[in-house]
Design a protein around this ligand. Structure first.
Ligand SMILES: Cc1ncc(COP(=O)(O)O)c(C=O)c1O
Length: 405
């Protein structure tokens, strides 16, 4: 590549592995919930980098933490520990059920650690027969081969040879389907408290409590995948705090770094003890830059103003979506919590979420889909009312375009 090489979308097709199909525009700058592309066109961001940019783009607290740490120390590996990682772990422990933290770099890695820990705990405490993991249809836990196999969409794990075994899938929000699968061979139940990629489907609190009870009855661990719901997105630091159902292991990523890659697995001291020295690891996990940014994100998000602001923003989103629906009759319902909402398309528009997503981009708005029937919104937790209303004006224009097409 020379200095003159033009960076265009065509370059993606030329040099990138074709496992993604990104939009035509290329963003170059962001501030708050606004983004600008190479041509200087401005977009409102209701996508948040898929529930990641929890404080919008270039939030001063995160920029300062990153710049400050960048001048001090970037990387050590796990042969040495570092101050930002220990400070972040202490904060996560102080503000959740957890007593121990393991750091990694993504949601998939956090889940990989959780599943390996559950298997090792079961082996050590009950024996080799106790190795079955129960998860749910439509669930999503990442793209490593173990996590994608635990995930509830076989099409994502098919075609890569033999899959990790002893993984069973029950039906979400159907406790009877779990009872039919659980036994003393079960080592863990893995659940998203709100299914994200599966279509923004909230778990009933009675269902989540039922899973807790079943785990207790069968000496199995309850793992909450809070990669998408965690770090303020549903108005609490973690969504388990809304239901009052406490897991044994919790995984976190996405919003935790506000855009800087970081993941974490949280658990108790007794369970953590089974990941002895050498059983698991990551070169970058606990990286000082990542942990310094995540510490600033937690400090900023875990405040009454931001957390109550998330619920206020949810109300504004719901009012605006209701007004759009009154005009155009496109949604059957809006579901989800806080800044993780899904507008479910009605019968007439079923299967067309991508059309709404593309029309939104045409009108200067980043939205998301969650499957073919749901338009998903996962913006910054601190998006302003003015940004929401401007984004909704653009979304209304997009809906009008789809309805007229
Ligand atoms: C609930 C959940 N778990 C795990 C993941 C995987 O996270 P990552 O892409 O950071 O590996 C995702 C990503 O969408 C997710 O929504």
């Amino acid at each position: 590549m020379t200095a003159e090489t033009q960076v265009t979308r065509a370059l993606f097709d030329e040099v990138m592995v074709p496992n993604y199909a990104p939009a035509k525009l290329i963003p170059v700058k962001g501030a708050g919930s606004r983004v600008w592309d190479q041509d200087g066109r401005e977009y409102i961001d209701f996508a948040g980098g898929i529930a990641v940019s929890s404080l919008g783009h270039c939030h001063p607290a995160l920029v300062n933490a990153l710049k400050d740490q960048a001048d001090k120390l970037w990387h050590l590996s796990n042969v040495l520990t570092n101050e930002p990682a220990l400070r972040l772990a202490k904060k996560l422990v102080d503000h959740t059920f957890a007593e121990k933290v393991y750091f990694c770099n993504s949601g998939a890695e956090a889940n990989e650690a959780a599943f390996k820990l559950a298997r090792r705990w079961a082996l050590d405490t009950h024996g080799a027969h106790k190795n079955e993991i129960i998860s749910f249809a439509k669930s999503f836990h990442g793209r490593t081969f173990f996590t994608v196999t635990v995930g509830g969409q076989a099409s994502y794990s098919d075609g890569f040879g033999p899959k990790p075994g002893a993984v069973l899938h029950a039906e979400y929000n159907n406790l009877e389907s779990v009872k039919a699968l659980i036994s003393d061979k079960t080592c863990a139940i893995v659940v998203e408290p709100i299914q994200g990629e599966g279509g923004i489907i909230p778990g009933d609190y009675a269902f989540l409590q039922g899973l807790r009870d079943l785990c207790d009855q069968h000496n199995a661990l309850l793992v909450f995948d809070e990669v998408q719901t965690g770090v303020g997105r549903t108005g609490k630091l973690y969504d388990y705090m809304n239901s009052g159902v406490t897991p044994d292991i919790l995984t976190s990523a996405k919003s935790l770094g506000g855009g800087f890659p970081v993941g974490a697995m949280l658990t108790s001291t007794a369970i953590a003890a089974h990941l002895k020295v050498g059983t698991h690891g990551s070169t970058y996990g606990g990286n000082p830059l990542a942990c310094a940014v995540a510490e600033a994100a937690i400090d900023t998000i875990n405040s009454p103003e931001v957390l109550t602001g998330v619920l206020k923003n949810e109300q504004i989103f719901r009012e605006c979506l209701q007004a759009i629906n009154e005009e155009f009759q496109v949604f059957a319902e809006v579901r989800g919590k806080g800044m993780l909402l899904g507008a479910v398309l009605n019968e007439k528009y079923k299967g067309r979420s991508r059309d709404f997503f593309l029309a939104a981009a045409d009108h200067g708005l980043f939205a998301l889909v969650a499957g073919v029937d749901v338009v998903r919104f996962a913006p910054s937790l601190v998006i302003t009312e003015a940004e929401i209303r401007e984004g909704m004006k653009r979304f209304a224009a997009a809906v009008k375009q789809v309805v007229a097409s």
